[in-house]
Design a protein around this ligand. Structure first.
Ligand SMILES: [Zn+2]
Ligand SMILES: [Zn+2]
Ligand SMILES: [Zn+2]
Length: 868
């Protein structure tokens, strides 16, 4: 054994020999390695030989023509170090990798595989036809020819070089490591699940996985951008490495066509049939290289799905490595940290982002199972946090991490440098979440919707900031109300303060609480604050679920508008993408049919300077336009012109037909057809449905003649009942309505409603708005009612006024046998009808609560007045 070892020692690094002989524990060299066979052609220059022989020495036997050497490296590093075009440095030699071992016809090491363009799934291609969709994630394109590629199980590489070449230091390519496009394909299936724990807010999770295959693929030189393929959501070189199927020589000319003829000569091994021109029966092969280990793993779900995923992954990965090193007082060599992600079904381009802690010893050492059982990972993260929070570099505002803390753990293959601040935030969130982690089946099914909402908010701020600075405005981070995430910004002549997460309470009779994602406070007197809502479709529409959130969204926005103290803007992902110029989906518009010249004319008539095509823009574009020109009159004019333009060209109809259509739109239980506007009359109006949006808009012809634009009135309804929300077209309708509402909010007589709202109370609010906008005189009696009445009954009182109820008495003590038994907030003593804040039982009286139905109260008062 010793003799054999010594023989091997000549060709290998000592560490590897010792490991192979079992002297060192096997985790120092966990998986079967890759061998580089170097053939070095000996220098036969007589001059050189004379110099090599010391004078007086015995004449040596003629030098062997070829000298062979073997080097063994772990597959994890060999996938780069021994990849074609790379140069391996050993024993003072530069050995360029020139050939791949493709096996024998009986035992080939190359075979065709099929790769999913979106997820990490890959499988041997086989001979039968592939199904059209990926068997794992159902993405179409699985059967595309481009998804099939030759894969080499990487075990042996070769280097053919001359003594002269191997000793020459060529300044141009020396030390310049070839960079490759590598990816880890980690396809987690139910048979791997070994227990998982997760939290959705903040998003975090850990999962133990058994018998999981790690497949790492080298797709070829990174700078090869000519022809790309899509694998696991990454763009990779389609060509990979081009090799001769007979001799395995890698075709240099394929990489560098400039090499031309010189390359041609060395394109095949000496023994290759192609070199002699006797065989051209096979096409050149285009291959990718792969290593594969089946072992145990723990994966971590990171709180990043669409925004700055690279930054989060880089920071968390470095922190995890730091923690492992601290816990084990050294680097556990057999643990690799890999990055992977999975598509989230029906969530656009959002992905679940993972780090996978992998035991590179085939089968696993049991180490990770133990780490899982003892919650050792939590300890690792806590140790890392301790270092990061205390590192001296935190005092230097110019630095964000140093080599004493995080940067030493930055792998060269990670695109983004890890940020200490980001790592601290991530670790605090993860450790905070740890105590509330709940058991789940697998991390592959944890909802990321809450995360997507907060990412949308971050993206909104980033997009707004970029716009402001690109347009020569200023953006100054500032602290406001104790919140450090605020900013003061200027656009044109306007200055705004951006504040996130503001609790707002408005009273429209009843008090409504809401928390807009942002409030933009104008720094100019008289301009209303703007509540911005960033809405992710899935989080708000809940497609496929019994109830959505849209009704509630609409209640809150309508209440803010009805208070007349707020402006409201809704922003979606698609708006930000469109604004940034990367929108695939078109911006839907409720006013598609509006005739442009008509709109231009009307905009001139109402006297607004806003651009005609504002209604075709995304919500981010209209928002920055408002921030620049917050001129209520101009925007009201635009809203009027837009509504008017949608009525123009239709034949005059009767008010009663419009009443019926309006009533139907308010009351129909679910999406249906609106009544046809039949019968000529003296109103202009439309009643139409566009997808899942219904609209009735109207104006008396007389008002048009007298230029009384304020007489315009419109109701828009989103049909958000469960079957509609599950429909593919609903997303566009939802967005179209939000876009329309952003513009139409400036006209007070526009009501926006949804099926899942309490439409009756919304209708009361709309009636109230009617009264206000028509400037109907509120007589002194009613005015004093509003002065005196408790806030809880104010909405009801206004609705009563709108419904022409008799004026009530406020705060009437109701007596029984001379004793006060209750105080009616609103009372009609003659009719013995009262509205009480608390439920009371007063004999002879009909009592209501503050949320009573207006029409029932009115009827009761009228009936009992008549009979009493
Ligand atoms: Zn797939
Ligand atoms: Zn060949
Ligand atoms: Zn540091």
């Amino acid at each position: 054994v010793v003799v054999r070892s010594l023989v091997e020692l000549r060709g290998k690094y000592p560490l590897e020999v010792l490991t192979d002989a079992g002297v060192l524990p096997n985790y120092a060299f966990p998986e079967p390695g890759v061998t580089l066979r170097a053939m070095i052609e000996q220098d036969r220059d007589p001059e050189a030989r004379r110099n090599a022989d010391p004078p007086g020495a015995k004449k040596r036997r003629p030098t062997k023509r070829w000298e062979s050497r073997e080097y063994l490296r772990p597959a994890s590093s060999a996938l780069r170090e021994f990849a074609p075009f790379n140069t391996f440095y050993a024993e003072g030699r530069h050995l360029k990798v020139t050939d791949l071992d493709l096996g024998t016809p009986e035992r080939p090491s190359v075979s065709p595989w099929r790769f999913c363009p979106v997820c990490d799934h890959a499988e041997p291609a086989g001979t039968s036809t592939a199904p059209p969709r990926c068997p794992r994630c159902a993405t179409p394109g699985w059967d595309d020819a481009g998804q099939r590629h030759e894969l080499v199980a990487f075990r042996v590489a070769r280097s053919f070089t001359s003594q002269h070449e191997s000793l020459t230091v060529d300044a141009s390519d020396d030390r310049e490591e070839v960079r490759y496009r590598l990816a880890d394909l980690i396809d987690v299936r139910p048979e791997h699940w070994g227990g998982a724990k997760a939290s959705t807010s903040p998003l975090f999770g850990v999962e133990l996985l058994h018998g999981l295959t790690l497949r790492e693929v080298n797709f070829g030189p990174e700078d090869d951008r000519e022809d790309t393929a899509r694998v696991a959501d990454k763009s990779v070189p389609a060509k990979g490495f081009v090799v001769c199927p007979e001799c395995g020589r890698v075709q240099q000319s394929a990489r560098d066509p400039g090499e031309g003829e010189r390359a041609d000569l060395s394109a095949h091994a000496v023994h290759c049939a192609r070199r002699r021109g006797t065989s051209v029966r096979k096409e050149l092969l285009s291959v990718w290289l792969a290593r594969e280990v089946k072992s145990e793993a723990i994966r971590l779900l990171l709180p990043a799905a669409t925004v700055d995923v690279d930054g989060a992954r880089s920071a968390f990965r470095a922190a995890l490595m730091l923690g492992l090193r601290r816990k084990f007082r050294g680097r556990p060599m057999h643990l690799e940290v890999k990055a992977t992600s999975e598509p989230v079904t029906d969530r656009g381009d959002a992905r679940r982002t993972f780090l996978v802690l992998y035991d590179a010893v085939p089968g696993g050492t049991g180490y990770l199972r133990e780490l899982w059982r003892t919650d050792g990972l939590r300890e690792c993260l806590a140790l890392a946090l301790e270092v990061l929070e205390r590192c001296a570099c935190r005092h230097d505002p110019e630095r964000d991490g140093c080599y004493r803390c995080l940067l030493g753990h930055h792998t060269a293959f990670e695109k983004v440098r890890p940020s200490r601040r980001r790592a601290v935030d991530l670790l605090r969130d993860a450790l905070g979440a740890w105590s509330v982690l709940t058991e789940v089946l697998t991390l592959s099914e944890v909802s990321v919707d809450t995360l997507l909402e907060s990412e949308l908010e971050r993206r909104f701020v980033a997009v707004l900031q970029r716009h402001v600075t690109e347009r020569g405005g200023t953006w100054t981070p500032t602290v406001h109300h104790g919140k450090s995430e605020c900013a003061r910004l200027t656009l044109g002549d306007e200055t705004w303060l951006l504040e996130p997460q503001v609790d707002v309470a408005v009273s429209t009779g009843a008090v409504h609480h809401c928390r807009p994602d942002f409030v933009l406070w104008s720094q100019r007197e008289g301009v209303l604050p703007l509540a911005v809502f960033c809405d992710g479709f899935e989080y708000h529409a809940h497609p496929g679920e019994a109830a959505g959130r849209i009704g509630d969204d609409f209640d809150k926005r309508a209440a803010l508008l009805a208070s007349e103290r707020w402006r409201v803007w809704s922003i979606t992902w698609a708006d930000l993408k469109r604004f940034e110029g990367s929108a695939a989906e078109p911006t839907p518009c409720l006013f598609e049919t509006v005739h442009d010249p008509t709109l231009s004319t009307l905009l001139g008539r109402v006297g607004t300077s806003l651009a005609r095509d504002l209604h075709r823009e995304d919500a981010m574009r209209t928002l920055v336009t408002w921030l620049r020109t917050p001129d209520e009159a101009a925007w009201r004019g635009y809203a009027c012109a837009l509504l008017l333009a949608s009525l123009m060209g239709s034949a005059p109809v009767s008010h009663s037909a419009l009443d019926a259509a309006e009533d139907a739109l308010w009351t129909m239980p679910a999406r249906g057809e609106l009544p046809v506007l039949a019968g000529a009359g003296d109103a202009l109006g439309v009643a139409r449905r566009m997808g899942d949006v219904g609209m009735v808009a109207r104006i008396p012809r007389e008002a048009v003649r007298q230029l009384q634009w304020g007489a315009l009135r419109a109701v828009l309804r989103l049909f958000d009942e469960a079957p509609r929300r599950a429909d593919e077209g609903f997303r566009a309708s939802w967005r179209a309505l939000l876009l329309g509402w952003n513009l139409l909010q400036f006209h007070p007589r526009v009501a926006v409603i949804s099926t899942e709202q309490d439409r009756a109370s919304q209708r009361d609010l709309a009636l109230l708005a009617e009264m206000v906008s028509e400037g109907a005189p509120v007589d002194d009696q009613w005015a004093s009612v509003f002065d005196l009445v408790d806030g809880a009954c104010e909405a009801l009182a206004r609705a009563l006024l709108a419904a022409s109820a008799p004026v009530p008495v406020v705060g009437e003590d109701v007596t029984q046998g001379g004793r006060v038994v209750g105080t009616a907030e609103l009372a009609w003593p003659a009719a013995k009808v009262g509205v009480f804040l608390d439920a009371v039982d007063v004999p002879g009286w009909l009592t209501f609560g503050p949320t009573a139905d207006v029409s029932r109260v009115c009827e009761a008062v009228k009936e009992r007045s008549a009979t009493g």
